[in-house]
Design a protein. Structure first.
Length: 207
């Protein structure tokens, strides 16, 4: 069965974030503290995967195949699915419509792929560990955004050689008009920090 995923980063006033924080952060923390999650994170940090174009033989290796599957589970868990659609009284579609005008939202929408998985594979665990929240999910007020901006800039700023290497490790089908997963998150952070806004990051399934 196919699926579509979205990694959305939207900016909001602190009034909106005050409503979001108690709903979103517990879900992120719960996912982060799961035993399987911590084990998969440690395994990836200890032995990052090779370039995705070399993955085919890994599936036939019991040890490396488990490592690959663990990384994909880690970066596609989508705990905020609980807030998206269905019969819940709090829907991310409604939240996205409340995005502040000062910052253009960034959406990485893909069929049968996850933008967070591709980004983390591209930048590696050392840079990924600098990003707030957990595996693409975060809820930050304006002060949090300003405070975390230096770390995010370290994670997502590249020399020309680093940029080329990261681009080669991204398997997403990004069109020429699409803002790259390497660019969109950092732009949102910088613009939100300048505008005094909070940020919501949500990696979810659309269907």
């Amino acid at each position: 069965m196919g699926f579509s995923s979205a990694w959305a980063i939207t900016a909001h006033t602190d009034e909106v974030m005050a409503e979001l924080l108690p709903r979103v952060r517990p879900l992120i923390t719960r996912q982060q503290l799961l035993e399987d999650t911590r084990r998969e994170w440690r395994a990836w940090c200890a032995d990052p995967l090779p370039d995705h174009r070399q993955w085919d033989p890994l599936w036939r290796d019991p040890v490396r195949g488990r490592a690959l599957m663990g990384f994909l589970r880690l970066t596609s868990a989508a705990p905020l699915d609980e807030l998206h659609g269905g019969d819940c009284t709090f829907d991310l579609y409604d939240v996205w419509e409340q995005a502040a005008d000062e910052v253009r939202p960034w959406f990485g929408i893909h069929r049968k792929e996850y933008a967070v998985s591709a980004l983390f594979h591209a930048i590696g665990p050392r840079r990924a560990a600098l990003l707030p929240g957990w595996c693409g999910d975060f809820a930050l007020d304006a002060q949090d955004v300003r405070g975390s901006l230096p770390a995010v800039e370290r994670a997502l700023t590249f020399t020309p050689q680093e940029r080329a290497a990261a681009e080669a490790r991204i398997w997403l089908d990004e069109g020429p008009e699409d803002e790259s997963v390497l660019d969109g998150p950092l732009r949102c952070w910088q613009q939100a920090a300048e505008a005094g806004l909070g940020l919501l990051g949500a990696s979810v399934h659309l269907c």
